[in-house]
Design a protein around this ligand. Structure first.
Ligand code: SF4
Length: 71
């Protein structure tokens, strides 16, 4: 965390859209997610630290993930 220059909680630092790899903040990530009908990983991380088992990040899968964790 000490080398992190952005609050982003996404663990995929190899992703070219990760804020640690450019100076555009969240914009590229959000643009990609909106276009794909997906929710950025930081929202999933807000619910659970470990999201390594997740296979999709669609809006529907986010709602299911949230409701399952809330129970
Ligand atoms: S929107 Fe994307 S880039 Fe921004 S904090 Fe969330 S996961 Fe990271």
């Amino acid at each position: 965390m000490t080398n992190q220059k952005h609050f982003c909680s996404c663990r995929d630092t190899s992703c070219k859209l990760n804020p640690n790899n450019h100076d555009l903040g969240c914009d590229p990530c959000i643009q990609k997610n909106l276009k794909a009908g997906e929710v950025p990983s930081c929202f999933f991380h807000l619910i659970d630290e470990d999201i390594s088992h997740l296979k999709e990040f669609t809006i529907d899968s986010f709602v299911r993930f949230y409701l399952n964790k809330k129970q």
